[in-house]
Design a binder for this molecule. Structure first.
Ligand code: NDP
Length: 486
């Protein structure tokens, strides 16, 4: 007798596009200085484009040196009153901003996706809720600063200059602004050139929240605007998130000055899979670790370390899972992998992937339909990688994972730490004692166990070595914005 078994059913998805009809974008955005939008002194505006279609979305002011000076003047004027405000009153403003982010969350998610190329599901479920959560969290800290710093007496630093990258535009703005304001500082934030829009909507939210003018300044522009801001007289502290190269340049510029500095830079984080791990769960974590936000994540699990005994099994499962990822229109709620943020970033990814092939690693890229316009890179897996290959050493910042193997726990730790970076790591094991031992031996600011890319406003985030210094999030995130008086 033969039994017929139905082995596979291939389901396709009906398109589920989010609408952009409800968003209210202006054709042109100025600089947000002194509580209002104004033209840049040089009169220059630059188009921000949708990387999934290459179409312009809006024109955005390009802040020049005179604008930086005006921004610092306005911030300095606003500082004494803001710093002297009752802590509970400061908290109310932060709370209001958080509530307004929630109210406008659908609009913010759509704009984040249009401007940056990330899947709407991620901006809707991760970026925007976490941005609101950061403001809520630090609203709670504003009148408890004393408890956040071991009962020491503290004071704010003054005017802080903050520079954020393009991978999580609103979320990084929230990571920077919320603790700075809660501590009584005023802030000048420069968003990235390719993704300024949600920061400018946040400026509108600051107006709606009736935040006093000059407490938050949003200064769009390019790298030169950032460089001028860092060096401007009247800046008491700089907080930067971005590439290690620019971080190094900022550190050199501020050496010998009294300006405080925190840097959150790149990474080449190890995601370590032990043979006793729940492998299917680990594969989900690997996928989330490297393909979330197209791999444009500073803590992406881009170095996958697999114990040799389960290597073939994990790679087979991973490859099969990668084949299910849907690349395409970021506005479609079925999309897993959206557009690469810019033509420059796509070129960087392609250069490093070509280097991987030239150096002898084996490349596998999923086959899928690539849209005709826009910037795209299909999820890619490299095996036969040696620790010296560029793809095992350099930050690719794209949907590309490099697989290395190990035999023993000691070898896993050694290989994981064999990096000039030290931002994050993942450990997949069923044994709690092993996870604790390995986590304690890893030189990484964040170590996840049996999960990856899990962000929480109450937890500290930051790096070792070339991944930077200083922590953001939780009570540790207050310290870089405070002076200890006694
Ligand atoms: P950058 O470090 O150049 O950009 C980050 C931010 O710094 C942006 O707002 C940028 O402005 C600004 N900036 C650029 N030059 C200067 C300067 N000299 N002084 C002050 N601010 C400056 O990153 P890229 O966008 O060029 O990306 C390059 C690589 O960096 C990526 O491939 C990735 O590897 C890494 N990266 C890491 C990030 C992380 O979170 N760790 C985030 C982003 C990138 P503008 O955008 O206008 O140039």
């Amino acid at each position: 007798m033969s039994i017929e078994t139905r082995t596979s059913i291939v389901w396709d998805y009906a398109p589920a596009p989010e609408s952009a009809d409800h968003i209210r974008l202006k054709d042109r955005y100025g600089l947000f200085v002194d509580g209002e939008f104004r033209d840049p002194s040089g009169g220059r505006y630059v188009s921000t484009i949708n990387p999934a279609t290459e179409e312009p979305i809006a024109e955005v002011a390009d802040g020049g040196p005179d604008d930086v000076t005006a921004a610092v003047e306005s911030a300095r004027a606003a500082y004494p009153k803001w710093a002297a405000l009752k802590e509970l009153e400061r908290a109310k403003y932060l709370f209001r901003i958080a509530r307004l982010i929630q109210e406008r969350s659908r609009e913010l998610a759509v704009v984040e996706t249009l401007d940056g190329g990330k899947p709407l599901r991620e901006s809707r479920d991760v970026d925007i809720p976490l941005a609101a959560a950061h403001f809520f969290h630090y609203a709670g800290w504003a009148d408890k600063l004393h408890y956040g710093v071991n009962a020491r007496e503290v004071e704010p630093l003054g005017v802080v200059g903050q520079i954020v990258p393009w991978n999580f535009p609103l979320l990084m703005a929230a990571w920077k602004l919320a603790p700075a304001l809660a501590c009584g500082n005023v802030a000048i934030l420069k968003p990235a050139e390719t993704t300024p829009l949600t920061a400018l909507l946040l400026a509108e939210i600051c107006q709606e929240a009736e935040l006093p003018p000059g407490v938050v300044t949003i200064l769009p522009g390019d790298g030169s605007t950032g460089a001028a801001l860092v060096r401007a007289p009247g800046i008491d502290k700089v907080a930067f998130t971005g590439s290690t190269a620019v971080g190094r340049d900022i550190q050199a510029a501020l050496a010998g000055t009294t300006t405080r500095l925190t840097l959150e830079l790149g990474g080449k984080s190890a995601n370590i899979v032990f043979e006793d791990a729940a492998l299917d769960q680990a594969v989900e974590g690997i996928v989330n670790g490297i393909f979330f936000n197209q791999g444009h994540v500073c803590c992406a699990g881009s170095r996958l370390l697999i114990q040799e005994s389960v290597r073939d099994d994990v790679i087979a499962k991973l490859w099969q899972r990668m084949g299910c990822l849907r690349l395409g229109d970021p506005m479609d709620k079925n999309t897993d992998v959206g557009a690469i943020n810019s033509a420059e970033q796509l070129e960087r990814i392609e250069t490093l992937v070509a280097a991987g092939e030239d150096e002898g690693a084996t490349r596998r890229t999923i086959s899928c339909d690539i849209p005709e316009r826009g910037y795209w890179f299909a999820p890619t897996l490299f095996t036969d990688v040696s620790p010296a290959h560029r793809i095992a050493v350099e930050e690719i910042f794209g949907p590309v994972v490099s697989v290395l193997t190990f035999r023993t726990q000691a070898e896993a730790i050694e290989k994981a730490n064999n990096s000039r970076y030290g931002l994050a790591a993942g450990i997949w094991t069923d044994k709690g004692s092993k996870a604790f031992e390995v986590a304690s031996a890893l030189k990484a600011g964040v170590v996840w166990q049996n999960t990856y890319n899990h962000f929480d406003p109450t937890a500290a985030f930051g790096g070792y070595k070339e991944s930077g210094f200083g922590r953001e999030g939780g009570p540790a995130g207050l310290r870089p914005y405070l002076n200890i008086v006694r």
